[in-house]
Design a protein around this ligand. Structure first.
Ligand code: BGC
Length: 500
C-alpha cells in the first residue's frame, strides 16, 4: 500500500473510532426523561432514609442531607462575620460585612492547598486542620491584627461560618461528621469526625479562641444563601418577580441544594419535625449531594473510560459516579484515558511505539486539566494551531492535524455529556417542587458557582439546550434565570453564622 493510502486508511480508522466514542457519550431526550424520573425517585427515597452515610446501599436514594437552614435571606441582613471555606483546590478565610442592602464587602486570604495534603497518603487529619488553623491566623494577622492584641476581658468573640464542600452527616447547624472525602482529598482519619470540632481545636491552638465556628455549611448552600441575599426580591428582566429555588456548583465537584417542605423530610426525627413545624418553620434547605446519583449505575450509562477512571484513578471508587461524568476534575481525565486507549489501538500518536514511550504527562492521571479542554472546545484557528500549542504546552505532546480534529470532536462530546447530565437534577428539582407553576408566570432563579459553569465556553448554553429537551420542555427552560453567585460560599457561610 502506498504511503498516501496507508495514511488515508489510518485517518478513516481514527475517524470511525472517534465517532463511536462520541456516540457512546451522547445523552438524548429519552435518556434525559429516564434520568430525571429516576432522580426524583432517588430524592424521595433519600428524604425517607435515615442512614445518611450509606448512599451506596441499593435503594437508599440520594443522600438528601438536612442542613438545618430553615429560612432564606432577603438582602436586609447586616453584620460583620468571618467565613472559612475548604474547597477542592483552595482554602479561603474571609471577613464579610453584610451591608443590609444586598451588597457586601469582603476581605479574604485565599491559599492553594499544598499538594501534600491532597496526595500524600500519610498526612493526618490533624496536620490538615493545623494547616487550616495556621492560614486562619495568617488572615487574622493581615486583616484583623486587633484580634491578636485583645486579651482577657477585652476579647470580643467573632462568629464564623465554615463552608466544607464534602459530604457531611450534618447533626445541627454547627456540627457534622465527614461521610467521605470526594474530589482529591484522601485523609482517612477525618472520616467520621466532626469537622467543626477539628477546626475549632486548631483555632484555639493558634490563639484564635475569640473565633467561634457557629455554622457549618456546604458550598451549594452557601451559594444559594448568598444568591438570595444579593438578589433579594429583584424583578427579572421580564419585570416578573422570580424566586430563588436552587443553589448549585459545577466546578471541581458538582452538587446542589433546594428548599424542601419539612413535612416531606421524613428522615428528620419526628420530635424535631414537629417542633420546627410548631415554630412556624415550614421548609428546610436540603443538600442533595447529587454527585452520588445512581452509584449503582441503574440508569446512567458507563463507557469503559468511565469505569477505568472510577476504579483505577479516582480517590473514591464506586462513589460519586454522576460527579465523575460532569465535574471539572474529571473532564480532562476522560480525554486522557481516551487518548491513551486510541494510542494502544494504534490509531494516534504513532511516533511513540508503546505506552512506556508516551510523554510522562499523558501517562499521569489528572494531569490534563479542563482549562486545556476549554481552549480546544472553541479553537477555530487554522489547522487547529491553538490546540497544537495547548497540547505542546500542557502535555509536551506534538500532534498531527488529523489527531487534533479527533481531539476537538472528543472534547466537544465530553463536555456536551457533562452539560446535558447537569440538566437532570435541575429539571428534577423543578418538577418535584412544582416551582415552575407556583406563581402565575412561575419564573425561577438558580444561583450557581464553579469554574466549569462560569468559564467553560458554551457550557451554559448546552445546559439550557438540555433543559429544553428535558421533561420541563422549552416552556420550562424559558422561565429559568441562571445567576452567578461568585464566591458565594464565603458570603453564604457568613449569612449562616449570622442566624446561628
Ligand atoms: C462534594 C459536595 C460539594 C461539591 C461541589 C462534591 O464533591 O461531595 O459536598 O458540594 O463537590 O464542591
Amino acid at each position: 500500500m502506498s504511503f498516501e493510502n496507508l495514511h488515508k486508511v489510518n485517518a478513516e480508522a481514527l475517524e470511525d473510532a472517534v465517532v463511536e466514542i462520541c456516540s457512546s457519550l451522547e445523552v438524548d431526550a429519552a435518556k434525559l426523561d429516564e434520568l430525571t424520573a429516576y432522580f426524583i425517585e432517588c430524592m424521595e427515597k433519600g428524604l425517607n432514609n435515615t442512614s445518611v452515610g450509606e448512599e451506596k446501599t441499593v435503594d437508599k436514594g440520594l443522600p438528601m442531607i438536612p442542613t438545618y437552614v430553615t429560612s432564606l435571606p432577603n438582602g436586609t441582613e447586616r453584620g460583620v462575620l468571618l467565613a472559612a471555606d475548604l474547597g477542592g483546590t483552595h482554602f479561603r478565610v474571609c471577613s464579610v460585612t453584610l451591608n443590609g442592602d444586598g451588597t457586601f464587602d469582603m476581605q479574604q486570604l485565599k491559599s492553594k492547598i499544598p499538594e501534600e495534603y491532597l496526595n500524600d497518603k500519610d498526612v493526618t487529619s490533624e496536620e490538615l486542620f493545623s494547616y487550616l488553623g495556621r492560614r486562619t491566623r495568617a488572615f487574622v494577622r493581615k486583616h484583623h491584627p486587633e484580634l491578636l492584641k485583645s486579651t482577657g476581658e477585652n476579647i470580643k468573640p467573632l462568629k464564623m461560618g465554615f463552608t466544607f464542600s464534602y459530604p457531611i452527616d450534618q447533626t445541627s447547624l454547627s456540627s457534622g461528621t465527614l461521610i467521605r472525602w470526594t474530589k482529591s482529598f484522601k485523609i482517612e482519619d477525618t472520616v467520621g469526625k466532626d469537622v467543626v470540632r477539628l477546626y475549632q481545636e486548631q483555632l484555639d491552638i493558634q490563639g484564635l479562641s475569640m473565633i467561634n465556628v457557629v455554622a457549618l455549611t456546604n458550598d451549594t448552600v452557601g451559594t444559594f444563601l448568598s444568591h438570595c441575599y444579593t438578589s433579594g426580591a429583584r424583578p427579572s428582566s421580564a419585570g416578573e418577580i422570580s424566586e430563588p429555588v436552587i443553589g448549585c456548583i459545577f466546578g471541581t465537584g458538582t452538587n446542589g441544594c433546594y428548599m424542601e417542605d419539612i413535612e416531606n423530610i421524613k428522615k428528620l426525627p419526628d420530635e424535631l419535625r414537629t417542633r420546627l413545624l410548631h415554630e412556624g418553620k415550614t421548609q428546610m434547605c436540603i443538600n442533595i449531594e447529587w454527585g452520588s446519583f445512581d452509584n449503582e449505575l441503574k440508569h446512567l450509562s458507563a463507557t469503559k473510560y468511565d469505569i477505568d477512571i472510577d476504579q483505577k484513578f479516582s480517590p473514591n471508587p464506586g462513589y460519586h459516579l454522576f460527579e465523575k461524568r460532569i465535574s471539572g476534575m474529571y473532564l480532562g481525565e476522560l480525554l486522557r484515558n481516551i487518548l491513551v486507549d486510541l494510542h494502544a489501538r494504534g490509531l494516534i500518536l504513532g511516533q511513540y511505539r508503546n505506552y512506556d514511550q508516551l510523554p510522562h504527562r499523558l501517562k499521569t492521571p489528572f494531569q490534563l486539566c479542563s482549562e486545556v479542554l476549554s481552549r480546544i472546545e472553541i479553537d477555530d484557528s487554522t489547522n487547529l494551531r491553538e490546540t497544537e500549542l495547548s497540547f505542546l504546552q500542557s502535555l509536551r505532546l506534538p500532534t498531527t492535524f488529523e489527531e487534533r480534529k479527533a481531539i476537538q470532536n472528543l472534547v466537544r462530546s465530553i463536555t456536551r455529556r457533562s452539560a446535558y447530565l447537569a440538566a437532570v437534577p435541575i429539571a428534577a428539582i423543578l418538577i418535584k417542587t412544582n416551582a415552575l407553576n407556583k406563581r402565575y408566570h412561575g419564573e425561577v432563579e438558580i444561583g450557581f458557582d464553579g469554574y466549569v459553569i462560569e468559564y467553560y465556553p458554551g457550557f451554559r448554553s448546552m445546559l439550557r439546550h438540555a433543559l429544553a429537551l428535558s421533561p420541563i420542555g422549552t416552556e420550562g427552560e424559558r422561565k429559568i434565570h441562571l445567576r452567578l453567585a461568585k464566591d458565594g460560599s464565603g458570603v453564604g457561610a457568613a449569612l449562616c453564622a449570622l442566624v446561628a
